[in-house]
Design a protein around this ligand. Structure first.
Ligand SMILES: NC(=O)c1ccc[n+]([C@@H]2O[C@H](COP(=O)([O-])OP(=O)(O)OC[C@H]3O[C@@H](n4cnc5c(N)ncnc54)[C@H](O)[C@@H]3O)[C@@H](O)[C@H]2O)c1
Length: 440
């Protein structure tokens, strides 16, 4: 492939990070960044903060840190803004989320208390188990989008940021299928003015972000920006987008293990996944309509990785089930169980059990941080539209309509690093390595 001549604008000035939804993930991200800035915590799990990238041949021993290889915003330069349907400030919301313990939150209390959410664009029809008092009122959905754009403009002026990124950290909405109103920007804008029911609140935020010229990422499985109308708008405005659904606990493990089974041509009879969690996200997902959106996102992973159409004998008939149970005592500390029935040589069966006692938002916060920093990098590099190289972070990666999504975590990581090499005009790494053994 040709070496790129990409000009990357330097990451000068402050970066505004706008988060619809100030719940467990957002507050863990914000409090985490504040703790890290004070030297009271480490950004473990973040590829932008810890990751390295190999350049050139193996004997060159040239492996800089990613954050030194590409110009990323510094944590010092992040300024947060949030919307939520509850009026609590970020300190109170973080206490409510219960991810970081109260004593630790005290050390960043002042910074968190200063962050008051703007009123949200919300309609209970789309998230049935939530209702909150802190919401915008407008003539129609278009008017609500304009109000969001006003918030954005006021934030930009007040916070003195040079660039902004929006990342959806709001609740999972009910399952929405692609509708005619999503198909063209004209239909969509007409639909906003006519309060079309197929336009969800998260789509209104995405529209406001793109109209304001800022990248948009989607941490939930909702359709949101993954509709032709908004993809056309992203292309027109020249802004990057990515989604959907942060890849964290159980699905992360699935996209690590399933490629290994396939790599060794081991067969699969079934994969049963279940988990318990007791945070607000778990409560929202207790509603079957929101769960269906999540279920679709979680189920698609195995088929794409195992390709039953190519390996009918090994993967043609497996049973895949995903269950989520809201169990309050657990809070954010989700526990997941996977029972995997596999088979090997001469069809002898075997089982793998995974019991993952994870912390949902502790896994999600570094993903959110990386997405913010990489979306900003993409914008400064002139990339626009779907950023498939960020698939690494998503359960349901967005991709071009004529492609199938790539779910294998290790292919996704290679794609991410090769994109960074491409941006900096470095040679792609193919792992061929024959040259090390050729006699000259
Ligand atoms: N590991 C993870 O935590 C993880 C992994 C994958 C995906 N996600 C997704 O990320 C999202 C956030 O997760 P969370 O654990 O922080 O959930 P949460 O319930 O703690 O936070 C969501 C917040 O969004 C607010 N909200 C909902 N609709 C809104 C709207 N229209 N406008 C403004 N605010 C709104 C809610 O009031 C709530 O405070 C969820 O959709 C979840 O499914 C989380």
């Amino acid at each position: 492939m040709e070496q790129a001549q990409v000009t990357i604008t330097p990451a000068k000035g402050k970066l505004g990070v706008l988060l619809p939804g100030m719940g467990a993930v957002s507050t863990t991200l914000i409090a985490g960044v504040e703790l890290i800035k004070k030297g009271l915590g480490r950004p473990v799990g973040s590829v932008t903060q810890y990751g390295t990238i190999r350049l050139g041949k193996r004997p060159d021993n040239n492996t800089p840190l990613i954050k030194e290889f590409v110009p990323l915003a510094n944590l010092e330069d992040l300024v947060f803004g949030c919307w939520d349907i509850f009026p609590e400030n970020a300190y109170e919301a973080a206490l409510h989320a219960g991810v970081i313990e109260a004593a630790r939150l005290q050390t960043v209390r002042e910074e968190l208390e200063a962050l008051q959410p703007w009123t949200g664009v919300f309609d209970q029809h789309y998230v049935r188990r939530l209702s909150g008092p802190h919401v915008k009122v407008g003539k129609n959905k278009y008017d609500l989008a304009l109000q969001l754009m006003d918030d954005i403009e006021a934030f930009q002026g007040g916070a003195g940021v040079t660039r902004m990124v929006m990342l959806w950290c709001g609740s999972t909405e009910i399952l929405m299928e692609l509708h005619d109103v999503h198909k063209t920007l004209r239909n969509f804008e007409q639909g906003l003015k006519e309060d079309h029911p197929a336009i969800t609140p998260s789509m209104i935020y995405a529209y406001a972000a793109l109209m304001s010229g800022m990248p948009f990422g989607n941490g939930a499985p909702n359709l949101t920006v993954d509709i032709p109308a908004l993809l056309d708008l992203a292309a027109e405005k020249g802004v990057p987008v990515c989604g959907k659904d942060f890849k964290t606990g159980q699905t992360l493990m699935k996209t690590i293990l399933a490629p290994a089974l396939k790599a060794r041509m081991l067969g699969l009879h079934g994969w049963f996944s279940t988990n318990i969690l007791g945070n607000r996200d778990g409560d929202v997902l207790h509603d079957p309509a929101s769960f269906r959106t999540k279920e679709r996102s979680k189920l698609s992973v195995l088929d794409y990785i195992l390709q039953p159409n190519l390996y009918e004998d090994l993967y043609g008939t497996y049973d895949h089930q995903v269950h989520i149970h809201y169990y309050k005592p657990r809070g954010d500390n989700k526990e997941g169980w996977d029972n995997i029935d596999i088979f090997g040589w001469l069809d002898y069966s075997m089982q793998i059990k995974i019991n993952f006692l994870c912390r949902d938002s502790i896994l999600a916060a570094p993903v959110a941080l990386d997405l913010v920093l990489f979306l900003d990098l993409a914008q400064r590099s002139g990339l626009s539209g779907i950023q498939e190289w960020l698939s690494f972070y998503f359960k349901s990666p967005m991709c071009a309509p004529f492609l199938y999504p790539e779910h294998d975590l290790f292919i996704q990581l290679t794609k991410l690093k090769n994109t960074l090499r491409y941006l900096r005009g470095e040679e792609q790494i193919t792992h061929l390595g024959l040259e090390y053994y050729q006699q000259t």
